[in-house]
Design a protein around this ligand. Structure first.
Ligand SMILES: Nc1ncnc2c1ncn2[C@@H]1O[C@H](COP(=O)(O)OP(=O)(O)OP(=O)(O)O)[C@@H](O)[C@H]1O
Length: 368
């Protein structure tokens, strides 16, 4: 189900909004690839999704799916219902007066699938997302995580070539978010089409994306794998936003053996393959080996120093290699320079740990 392989989304998006905003963005998303658009408020992320869905016509450029043109102004415009696009909107926008099953069947019915077949397909998708028991319920009876799954099932039921997700986890509370993120990641891995996801949460972006495209003021400022972008930020916004140490490893007992070497202990109990994430600001530096309660400390060497606004970002090589944000005062106090040997420490409570899917080890090693 949901296989749509072989089709690449190729978009050269030019869109002028009244009021002066201009989108000018080139995007290619391969089948099976998850691209996350990351950017500040007003950067043009939602406009990008709306343009691809056919909800905001381009003023220039082109949107093509393989050989088929969807939008080539002023020559051609394919209306939304004729594009192979599934959309999961922010807040999910489930129809409140319909049952969960009717919601999932809606896109199929709109495309002319008969009632019986649409219900059957909807039920199959509700099985996939684990909501079969809720198929007769109205959406208001669903939890946030369940509503997210229903919206995903609704989008995938039409077998789209392109899946668009606008802040798919933003409506969830922190405790549900990690679980739903892992579920979503699993569903996206199975989806054979092109996925374009919008987020301004670095953790969602880093963990769900194969590739990040950072957008500021309607333009791409940087793109690359999450690790590439995190380790080599090219703007202050990117540095602040995606500045996240992300380390893959395997949990045994209460500690995690990191794929790139070294060992860390998160506060949360974990088992098996995991990701550990913590911001560079959580890394504390010591001139000599710290004693006391800090379980996570290890020797590092400064290999890079970059000023970003009021903070200084350090590249610290060790086991693990991490990024640390410190104040200019700390740089002076510790006499930091490339080659300086130090001790890095991170509190267990600063480390977010969450299960990794088997085979995700490609990103392991994190900031390196
Ligand atoms: N219908 C519209 N008409 C005119 N201008 C619009 C319209 N929709 C959005 N804009 C403008 O286009 C720009 C990009 O908005 P967009 O919603 O795409 O940004 P975004 O990156 O999704 O931001 P956010 O993270 O806040 O959702 C903004 O300056 C916005 O004010």
């Amino acid at each position: 189900m949901g296989e749509a392989g072989g089709v690449t989304l190729d978009a050269d998006l030019r869109l002028d909004r009244p009021g002066g905003f201009r989108l000018d963005l080139r995007l290619r998303v391969a089948p099976g690839e998850v691209v996350t658009l990351l950017g500040p408020n007003g950067a043009g992320k939602s406009t990008t999704l709306r343009a691809i869905a056919g909800l905001a016509p381009l003023t220039g450029g082109r949107i093509s799916m393989s050989s088929q043109d969807w939008d080539v102004p002023p020559r051609r415009f394919t209306p939304p219902r004729d594009r192979g696009v599934g959309v999961v909107f922010q807040e999910y926008r489930l129809f409140p007066h319909m049952s969960v099953r009717e919601n999932v069947a809606f896109g199929l019915r709109a495309r002319g699938v008969d009632r019986h077949a649409a219900r059957r397909r909807a039920d199959e998708w509700l099985d996939v997302v684990g909501l079969r028991d809720h198929s007769g319920h109205r959406p208001h009876r669903l939890s946030g995580g369940q509503a997210q799954r229903a919206a995903l099932a609704r989008a995938l039921a039409t077998t789209p070539e392109v899946l668009l997700l606008d802040e798919p986890l933003a409506a969830l509370d922190v405790s549900t978010r990690a679980r739903v993120r892992a579920e979503l990641s699993r569903h996206l891995a199975r989806f054979g089409g092109a996925t374009l996801l919008v987020s301004h949460d670095p953790l969602d972006a880093m963990t769900l994306a194969d590739r990040l495209v950072i957008v500021e003021d309607g333009r791409e400022v940087q793109s690359g794998t999450p690790v590439e972008v995190a380790t080599r930020p090219r703007t202050d916004y990117v540095a602040r936003l995606v500045g996240l140490n992300l380390l893959g490893g395997n949990a045994t007992g209460d500690s995690v053996d990191l794929a790139g070497g070294g060992r860390l202990v998160p506060a949360d109990p974990v088992r098996g393959p995991v990701w550990l994430a913590f911001p560079p600001s959580a890394v504390v530096l010591h001139a000599t080996e710290p004693h006391g309660s800090a379980r996570n400390h290890w020797p590092v060497t400064v290999t890079g120093i970059e000023q970003h606004g009021n903070t200084v970002r350090l590249h610290l090589e060790g086991r693990p290699t991490v990024l640390a944000d410190v104040t200019p005062a700390a740089v002076a106090e510790l006499r930091l320079a490339p080659g300086t040997a130090l001790w890095a420490a991170v509190k267990a409570t600063e480390i977010r740990a969450y299960p990794a899917e088997p085979g995700e080890g490609g990103m392991a090693g994190g900031a390196g």
